[in-house]
Design a protein around this ligand. Sequence first.
Ligand SMILES: CC(=O)/C=C/C=C(C)/C=C/C1=C(C)CCCC1(C)C
Ligand SMILES: CC(/C=C/C=O)=C\C=C\C=O
Ligand SMILES: [Fe+2]
Length: 563
Amino acid sequence: MASSFTVLPTIRNSLSWPTMVASDHYNNKGELSFGSMPIFKSQRNVNLQDHLTVANVASPLPEVAPPPPESSGSTDGHHHVAWTSILQERWEGELVVEGEIPLWLNGTYLRNGPGLWHIGDYNFRHMFDGYATLVKLQFENGRLIAGHRQIESEAYKAAKKNKKICYREFSEVPKPANFLANMVDLASLFSGASLTDNANTGVVKLGDGRVVCLTETQKGSIVIDPNTLETLGRFQYTDSLGGLIHSAHPIVTDSEFLTLLPDLINPGYLVVRMVRGSNERKVIGRVDCRGGPSPGWVHSFPVTEHYVIVPEMPLRYCAQNLLKAEPTPLYKFEWHPQSKGFMHVMCKASGNIVASVEVPVYITFHFINAYEEEDEDGRVTAVIADCCEHNANTTILERLRLQNLRSFNGEDVLPDARVGRFIIPLDGSGYGKLEAALDPDEHGRGMDMCSINPNFLGKKYRYAYACGAQRPCNFPNTLTKLDFVEKKATNWYDEGAVPSEPLFVARPGATEEDDGVVISIISEKSGGGYALLLDGSTFQEIARAKFPYGLPYGLHGCWVPKQ
Ligand SMILES: CC(=O)/C=C/C=C(C)/C=C/C1=C(C)CCCC1(C)C
Ligand SMILES: CC(/C=C/C=O)=C\C=C\C=O
Ligand SMILES: [Fe+2]
């Protein structure tokens, strides 16, 4: 028995399915138009399993927002769908699969990201400001049920109700009504009350099965139902560690959740652990910053089998910028190259710092993996940590402004990036190295949004999957498989397409590191979108399934295996 759900109010009128079929064309107003090409299964063709919750009647077709005014810079008169808000709050349906989904792939891929970049007629400025949209791809016996749903954060609900931004987002700040309101807002900044809980960055499955969406504010930790994508409530940390922010990318395994809490008062970081089944984080240890005046931004960090690596980038949180109403060039951050860059290595078991080295200055959002390098006697001599490194160039943050993303005119404006490999000696010496793990031309000198085989977390590994570049471009536009042994990359490209972070899912029972599939969702130049499955080993397409609508770009995902 397939069940239906109640359709939440849509911002504009909605069309009914299955009487309407979607094509991948925009009309001259930049809205999706509906043509003659049926691209997803009608109710009559669908014989769904009892336990799948599927919208089977009159599913409203999601709509895309009309182009906001700043789209005039785009070449084709409307935005790429990757940078276009999704207005429909939710949708769910079965997709027609071209190719073959492996029968072992049973479970749900979840992807989070900022999918709604305006409220009323106010357009947000930065990609990271958008309200969170969750997307799911539910694989079952070769079939695929897809859907999306907005996360009902307090920030999103308040914006919808009041038709204005009510919390401090990545770059947006609510406009105070008057001087007094401004003072109240500043005071509430210190308590965290005015900070966003818009959990738009990632989604993780905890060892106990709970699925949590995250962003950089601690209050933006939101539990969702991986089947219905319903917002279940805030994930409450029951400890009294305090602090308002944390790394957007905790390290999550079946047994624990590790994260970093930056300390903006006494510059440093707390390294904390929350064991499976608990809501209480416990301190493993603390790293004091070696540079100043505040901790470096820790969007992510890596671990090895025995160590937590704490990066200290010269792109540092900036208390003054936090207080400003208008975005500064580097938002809540400031670039302090003279403060230098460091990498600290903390023993997971004792909390002791076993190495703290100066490294060349660097910029990274995402660490790929790390591992311990051993000599022939099995002694650990160094820690190797890989990241998507932006050549210490802060302009990448500026490139992620929506105006820039939406105004691609064929110019090659994506700054160069590489796989930055840190070599951190454990012999007490004061300096570490940073070099490219492979020639960046292998991946078009674009590099971000990475994943690995999770069974190789913290271990010596050979492969990573990421987004690279086929130039000219203004954003990473390829999927790339990196081979650190051969120092080669294999690239997948579809002209005009914006692929989201490739997620590797290992085949159960696999013995080879790259035996599995890579999942990505593609936003097409035409305004459409599709789920894509590549073979993890050959990097050839094995299946794709078109969505009845184009999806906005999404950031990070996770895999929830079927129980
Ligand atoms: C989407 C993404 O990758 C990053 C989002 C980052 C956010 C929402 C950061 C928010 C912040 C504030 C609202 C104030 C405090 C500083 C900071 C953590 C940058
Ligand atoms: C989209 C992105 C960072 C996302 C953070 O979660 C970085 C893209 C960099 C381009 O090269
Ligand atoms: Fe991220």
